[in-house]
Design a protein around this ligand. Structure first.
Ligand code: C5P
Length: 234
């Protein structure tokens, strides 16, 4: 199995309220992105890593890769206007010899090596494999979009928790399948690659992930991330 990893990092990270692009925010001794790249680089089946970067952050990312001695297995790719476009650009750079594509959030620095192995093992026999953890909270769907400012926020329905999984990355796909899924679906609001594959009617397998594999999105996530590191979970 020859795997190319795609790391979408071309967002503006507004929710972290930081002027530094979110993946370049320090976590301990190095930027979040470097933790992520080091974790991915330890997996021998990952031959190449493509990082989607916004034009205005290009030089900053280049400098961070250079100063952290990240080698030639990592290539920067110009991102698009949406996550979907950024991944699509990266897909056109995946080498012909790669048969699988792994997608991973730049700001999920704590990928357990055992989880990466379990995902890739499952991907030997399955075209689409994702990871996630059972949802701990009760999830309700509201009648309006989360960004809507409304005084009468109302419950539409409560989803039964016993079948709910909070989906994380890494996600692993057969390269041709993922390309087909992207070619078919032009919905720029998509936030999850597996959702595109599901639309093709392909079975997506779930591997149980770990709660420490957090995505650093808001300022308090940085506090949780430091606690995870200090407690020696990774
Ligand atoms: O906004 P959200 O956290 O869901 O973004 C998911 C990922 O997609 C982030 O890592 C972000 O950098 C990336 N992204 C991208 N290109 C964009 C917008 C977001 O690579 N144009």
């Amino acid at each position: 199995m020859i795997v190319t990893a795609i790391v979408p990092a071309a967002g503006l990270g507004l929710r972290l309220q930081s002027r530094t692009p979110k993946p370049l925010v320090p976590l301990g001794a190095k930027p979040i992105l470097i933790h992520t790249l080091e974790a991915l680089s330890k997996e021998r089946r990952i031959h190449h890593i493509l990082i989607a970067v916004a034009k205005k952050n290009w030089d900053g990312f280049k400098a961070v890769l250079r100063s952290n001695k990240i080698g030639n297995r990592v290539t920067l790719v110009l991102g698009g206007k949406t996550r979907r476009e950024s991944v699509e650009h990266c897909l056109s750079f995946v080498s012909p010899e790669s048969d699988r594509v792994l997608i991973h959030d730049a700001v999920r620095p704590f990928i357990p090596a055992s989880l990466l192995k379990a995902l890739l093992q499952k991907a030997e026999k399955n075209p689409a494999v994702i990871c996630g953890v059972p949802v701990k909270a009760t999830i309700k769907q509201a009648t309006s979009h989360v960004s809507a400012v409304t005084r009468n926020l109302t419950v539409a329905k409560t989803l039964p928790r016993d079948r709910l999984w909070e989906i994380q990355t890494p996600q692993v796909f057969e390269k041709d399948l993922l390309r087909k899924a992207y070619a078919r679906c032009k919905d720029n609001a998509v936030t999850d690659d597996a959702a595109l594959v599901e639309k093709l009617g392909v079975k997506v397998r779930i591997v149980r992930g770990e709660y420490c594999n957090i995505k650093i999105t808001t300022p308090e996530d940085l506090v949780f991330a430091k606690a995870i590191m200090d407690a020696g979970y990774v």
